[in-house]
Design a protein around this ligand. Structure first.
Ligand SMILES: Nc1nc2c(ncn2[C@@H]2O[C@H](COP(=O)(O)OP(=O)(O)O)[C@@H](O)[C@H]2O)c(=O)[nH]1
Ligand SMILES: [Mg+2]
Length: 340
């Protein structure tokens, strides 16, 4: 009963160790980004190098201050090539061209500030992890094979451990022995305890047992890695629904988060598969991985907009520390730097 009540309460801003807040000077354009650690800031800027370098950087390299119709054309092209969705870019460009025509926006700098503002607003929702204070908090990772679930589970466990939590990993992919082994190796590497299911066992039962184990052992957050499944395979999708239901029997209101892990190199294609997952598993947030390997980092905005879900975490490499929380302003500033 208590858990059910707490689930509806909004987590307090200051209690969440994984909350990253940044200070802005009011217009959002010149954030000091004090909320990110130096390493996180470097990670996100580095990860977006390809997206930025491909097309967006050209917009900054000209030393051009006065806004021109040609500059607006190249802006539009650059945004679309970075895989921002047409549904986001079209109204933004229409508005900018209006402001240009009426003379309200005369400089490149002002135009870019408007772009940044729109992009920050496009990253909808609360990007903090839910379930803070639950005992234990339960996070399920879902998605297709190869999207980065197992790696993300390990990275997230490390982040939480580094922030003073006591995470517990769960290998709920009982279909493939290799999958369990992979997470066990990660668990060892990041030095976090793990509960593994028996081969061919019922994944829902594994998560159920793990939540009970966490309650008994005092683990603060349970992170369950589930089997990769094709969004087109009905049976496996049903099983995901079962995992979610059974988890709720181990702790009322659980899972607190069902994070859909999407491969950032798939760009906007990831949105199609995502829809099947959101229909089945009450997805609460998104992790976009492999941002370091793509020039399509703009798809993060398309994903957030089209799915109306917050992108909460970003995978920026293959190592244990290569996971950063989403901070909309810092993310946008890394994509569209405030100076060349
Ligand atoms: N470059 C890069 N590779 C990643 C990232 N996340 C995962 N990977 C790689 O993607 C591959 C699939 O990851 P895995 O976690 O096994 O995916 P799963 O099948 O969804 O569990 C592995 O080779 C990972 O190292 C990331 O953020 N950046
Ligand atoms: Mg896996």
């Amino acid at each position: 009963m208590r858990a059910a009540i707490m689930r509806n309460a909004r987590p307090s801003k200051n209690q969440n160790p994984s909350v990253i807040r940044i200070k802005t000077n009011g217009n959002g354009a010149n954030s000091t980004r004090e909320g990110y650690t130096g390493a996180e800031q470097m990670s996100i800027e580095q990860a977006l190098t390809k997206t930025r370098g491909g097309f967006l950087a050209r917009l900054f390299g000209r030393g051009e201050e006065k806004l021109t119709a040609e500059w607006l054309d190249s802006l539009e092209e650059a945004l679309l090539r970075a895989d921002l969705s047409v549904s986001l870019v079209d109204p933004l460009m229409a508005q900018l061209r209006d402001l240009f025509t009426t003379g309200e926006v005369k400089s490149v700098q002002k135009a870019l500030a408007a772009v940044r503002e729109t992009l920050v607003a496009a990253l909808v929702g609360d990007t903090r992890l839910r379930g803070e204070g639950q005992q234990p908090r339960v996070i399920l990772l879902v998605g297709v094979n190869g999207s980065g679930k197992t790696t993300t589970a390990a990275k997230l466990a490390k982040r939480l451990k580094d922030s003073g939590e006591r995470p517990l990993l769960v290998a709920a992919d009982t279909f493939r022995a290799a999958a369990t082994l992979q997470l066990e190796q990660w668990a060892q590497r990041v030095d976090v305890p793990i509960v593994s299911g028996k081969p061919e066992g019922d994944p829902a039962a594994v998560v159920f047992d793990a939540v009970n184990a966490a309650t008994a052992r005092g683990n603060t957050t349970v992170i369950a890695d589930t089997a990769g499944r094709l969004h087109t395979k009905g049976q496996l999708m049903d099983e995901l629904g079962k995992i979610v239901r059974v988890t709720g029997r181990a702790r009322a209101g659980a899972p607190d988060e069902v994070l859909l892990v999407l491969d950032g190199t798939a760009g906007q294609n990831a949105i199609q598969q995502a829809r099947r997952f959101t229909a089945t598993a009450a997805v609460t947030g998104v992790v976009v991985t492999k941002l370091d390997g793509t020039a399509k980092g703009g798809s993060v905005f398309a994903i957030a907009q089209e799915l109306r879900l917050p992108v909460k975490l970003l995978g920026v490499g293959e190592k244990a520390d290569d996971l950063v929380p989403m901070d909309p302003t810092a993310f946008v500033n890394a994509l569209l730097p405030t100076s060349a």
